[in-house]
Ligand binder design. Structure first.
Ligand code: PLP
Length: 363
């Protein structure tokens, strides 16, 4: 059993991918080629957003989105204390100040009460993260912001294809914030064969700025309007992603079915389960236990793969500690110290799933 088997996921489309590679190589269409345009169009349409702008990776997507807002240095950006380091690093690399808010107890997403406490006149952006594929409460955040000049940039790196659970209308994540940022790191629900990312927005103005920002501030050769990044979506990755997008919903459904199986079948009193949004696409399925070392040893013995997402809350990460001295985020820190991610590869066999559950319930 593997934690994630990308080879198995994509086997059916390898021939097709190689053909596309050949075409691109023959054309020499390597930088912002036709495949990038095609993927941007298809991903925007999939999310239900007006625009999509490909870029180098998810970290750059966040950095570019923040830079596009052209905020005064050290403006405050509220982010959840439990997320991947990139959410915070992007804020710092854009010369802004990260402010942490804890997640809600036993959920993977940012707490509205914590946001209310952290908002002040210097707050310019809130970045909810749809961690593990669980939709954060975007609508609740918009209500808190009300008429204040605060933008919502959501970090969608783990939530490709999820619907926004905070609104009645069926709209996908990637279409309901001011700007949305995705990563296509290979292990994501939609993954490339290397680094890749994309930014979606419904704003014509942001689309224009971001398109330049990802290409050294330039739309026309040698005309550089901003100090931008060199962070373009690679043409070959774009052609892979276009093909793989066709399988995203099917794979997300398989992930959901695995999660429902775990929800129903895991019944050990030593395990706590998180509460995910109804529309969660389960990039990860994380359980909590006070006896983590013991369970890990058992997993190793029984050859069950596992992961940590993430073993440190942002305030505990070495490079970030100085920004959040003496601050405590108990809900985030609980996941960091007690969380274990179970295998959730869409193609896991029933036999494997039964084994995972049996081992957990026996411990
Ligand atoms: C929540 C979150 N934000 C940002 C990123 C950064 O994406 P990338 O690795 O493509 O830079 C990731 C991916 O690892 C992520 O999981």
């Amino acid at each position: 059993m593997k934690f994630l088997n990308i080879h198995k996921q994509d086997k059916k489309i390898f021939k097709n991918l190689i053909n596309d590679f050949k075409k691109n190589i023959n054309k020499g269409d390597f930088i912002l080629g036709k495949s990038v345009e095609t993927f941007e169009r298809e991903f925007a349409s999939y999310c239900g957003s007006k625009y999509a702008i490909g870029c180098g990776n998810g970290t750059d997507a966040l950095t570019i989105a923040l830079k596009a807002l052209n905020l005064p240095n050290k403006s405050e950006v509220i982010i959840p204390a439990m997320t991947y380091c990139s959410t915070a690093f992007a804020v710092i690399n854009a010369n802004l100040k990260p402010v942490l808010a804890d997640i809600d107890f036993m959920t993977p997403t940012i707490s509205l009460n914590q946001i209310k406490k952290k908002i002040n006149p210097r707050t310019k952006v809130i970045i909810p993260v749809h961690l593990y594929g669980s939709s954060a409460n975007i609508n609740g955040i918009k209500k808190i912001i009300n008429k204040k000049k605060i933008k919502v940039i959501d970090d969608c790196a783990q939530a490709h294809g999820a619907y926004d659970d905070s609104i009645k209308n069926k709209k996908r994540i990637g279409s309901t914030s001011d700007i949305s940022c995705f990563s296509f790191y290979p292990g994501k629900n939609l993954g490339a064969y290397g680094d890749a990312g994309i930014i979606t927005t419904n704003s014509k103005i942001y689309n224009k700025i971001i398109r330049k920002m990802r290409n050294l501030g330039s739309e026309k050769k040698f005309i550089h309007e901003y100090i931008g990044l060199n962070s373009r979506l690679d043409t070959l990755q774009a052609s892979i992603l276009t093909k793989k997008l066709n399988f995203l919903d099917k794979n997300n459904l398989k992930r959901k079915n695995i999660a429902y199986f775990y929800d129903k079948q895991i019944n050990s009193s030593k395990i706590e389960k998180l509460k995910y949004s109804n529309t969660c696409v389960y990039h990860q399925y994380v359980i909590l236990t006070k006896y983590r070392k013991k369970l890990i040893n058992l997993f190793k013995k029984k050859k069950i793969p596992f992961g940590f997402h993430y073993p440190y809350a942002l305030n505990q990460i070495h490079a970030l500690r100085k920004f959040f001295k003496n601050q405590k985020y108990p809900n985030a820190e609980k996941i960091a110290s007690q969380g274990i991610s179970l295998p959730i590869d869409p193609n896991l066999r029933n036999k494997d799933l039964r084994k995972v559950v049996k081992v957990i319930n026996s411990f």
